[in-house]
Write a protein that binds this ligand. Structure first.
Ligand code: UN1
Length: 511
């Protein structure tokens, strides 16, 4: 039986996963089938038909054609198109949020929150459409003017992950659209229904508003079409969100063809709690950061460094917090639950393997540490491990699950050094009421992450800031601030309005 959430969104449970433009969804039925699973009960939610090579070619050709006219459409009018998308998402927020919760396995408020992120980035993009500013420069030559313009880049390929099945697409595609680009989306094979539903909502809004196709979609079963897109010179930029392992391959392949890439890869985010911290803030921040979305955010809190003088107290309070969460693990579409399942059996296996490794390395499981085998689905207990050093291999590795490594420190300098001493560099936080320590943490000698917070946790970034991180996190920035520049090409223009031809740098060239 088709799940009622799918029906409410006009999905039958047997879908084409390929949007070809012109209101057409591909009729291809022989290029493989994806079967997204409800992580809460392990049941298949529906069938999604993958794209053929011919479908992919048609998408790229149509995207190229669309780009030719979209790039000269005035940017504020491009913003109007995204305004319609954001409004359509507003109207569908409840149902789309439920679908995200159902298919990904995150809680209903988090599913709704994800749709809210799409709406917010839409609003941001509308304003941005009137603010794609370039600088003007003073020419060193008389009678000359210099300035720079930002032009549309071309086709943007978006490869997104299961954990934020729709918001990351909107961060990229809405900004790309106001920048004058056309985007092609390859969503995670685990969450194609959320992708299809979001595309429908936005594409219908665009068509009703008389706008051309700005967003294309394809799914594939073996990543061969995704790889084709990564290698495709017609796709100016690839925005990839996922593991460091795959991101490295994507980055290398795109670099080989001199394309542009935007990489949002793994995190190994830490929170430092000093002896002056307000624990009424720090404890819930750690618990939400570590167990929210069942530990499946790239910004999830994976390590906590606690000052030795408050260590025992903090650990006891964290365990009490985890005991509360344990009572509210269950169907994520039920708003009463705080934690849903992991997304797949493979994720459960990776969680169990990490816990075994932590124990074998001398770690102590303080709470959690096992899968909930008394029920269907992919549920595990949120877990705290102590007694490991920061350089233990399992602590250095991002396991996409609710496992928190709690460690002790005595000097802030050491805590910051340990925090930075991992391959990844996405998000970080300090809890302190000491101004000097907060500023030291944010200074050039402090956190080396793309995101550094004081008295708020590592996850739940707002869309207004640039999102991304350093080192093996990939270096890309997307969403707010001036991240839009990645989706445009810069052109420096010099105009001579004098009657002479002076050369720069005072060079004389007498003919
Ligand atoms: C991700 O996990 O891929 O900061 C993105 C957050 C969210 C985005 C996370 N706004 O947790």
């Amino acid at each position: 039986m088709t799940h009622p959430v799918l029906t409410a969104l006009g999905l039958s449970g047997s879908e084409s996963g390929t949007y070809l433009g012109n209101g057409e969804w591909a009729s291809t039925r022989d290029a493989g089938v994806l079967e997204p699973v409800n992580p809460t009960d392990g049941e298949v939610l529906g069938q999604v038909h993958a794209a053929s090579e011919a479908d992919y070619e048609l998408i790229v050709e149509r995207a190229q054609r669309a780009f030719k006219s979209w790039r000269t459409t005035p940017a504020p009018l491009r913003g109007e198109a995204i305004r319609l998308c954001a409004n359509a998402l507003r109207a569908n927020k409840d149902m789309l949020g439920s679908l995200v919760a159902l298919e990904m396995g995150k809680s209903k408020p988090e599913g709704d929150g994800e749709v809210q992120e799409m709406i917010d980035i839409g609003d941001f993009a509308v304003g941005l459409s009137r603010q794609l500013y370039g600088l003007t420069m003073h020419s060193e030559r008389p009678g000359h003017r210099m300035y720079e313009q930002w032009h549309p880049l071309g086709i943007v390929g978006i490869i997104s992950a299961f954990n934020f099945p729709v918001a990351v697409w909107a961060w990229n595609s809405f900004i790309a659209a106001v920048c004058g680009d056309i985007s092609i989306w390859k969503p995670s094979g685990k969450t194609p229904l959320s992708a299809i539903a979001s595309m429908r909502v936005c594409n219908e809004a665009l068509r009703e508003g008389g706008f051309p196709d700005l967003f294309f979609l394809f799914n594939d079963t073996d990543n061969s079409l995704a790889e084709r897109m990564v290698d495709d010179k017609r796709v100016a930029m690839i925005s990839f969100t996922g593991s460091t392992k795959v991101g490295r391959q994507v980055g290398e392949r795109v670099a080989r063809r001199m394309g542009r890439s935007l990489l949002e890869l793994g995190g190994n985010n830490a929170m430092i709690v000093d002896e002056t911290a307000d624990l009424k803030l720090a404890i819930p921040a750690i618990v939400f950061g570590a167990v929210g979305t069942a530990g499946q955010r790239c910004t999830t809190t994976r390590r906590a460094f606690i000052h030795e003088s408050i260590y025992d107290d903090v650990l006891a309070k964290l365990k009490a917090g985890y005991a509360q969460v344990e009572k509210k693990i269950g169907d994520p579409t039920d708003a009463a639950n705080l934690m849903g399942p992991l997304n797949s059996q493979a994720a459960v296996d990776a969680y169990l393997a990490a816990i075994e490794k932590a124990k074998a390395s001398g770690g102590t499981v303080e709470t959690g540490g096992r899968a909930l085998t008394d029920r269907k689905g992919f549920f595990v207990l949120p877990t705290i491990v102590t007694g490991l050093a920061n350089d233990a291999e399992v602590v250095q590795t991002e396991t996409f699950a609710p496992i928190l490594y709690v460690m002790k420190y005595s000097e802030l300098e050491d805590a910051i050094a340990m925090q930075n001493d991992v391959p990844q560099g996405l998000s970080s936080a300090i809890f302190t009421t000491n101004l000097k320590r907060a500023e030291a943490f944010l200074s050039a000698a402090g956190s080396d992450c793309g995101i550094a917070n004081v008295n708020i946790g590592t996850s739940g970034a707002e869309i207004g800031g640039a999102f991304g991180g350093e080192k093996e996190t990939g270096g890309g920035r997307e969403s707010g601030s001036d991240a839009w520049r990645a989706y445009m090409r810069r052109q420096t223009n010099t105009i001579n309005y004098s009657d002479a031809l002076p050369l720069a740098q005072g060079i004389k060239f007498d003919l």
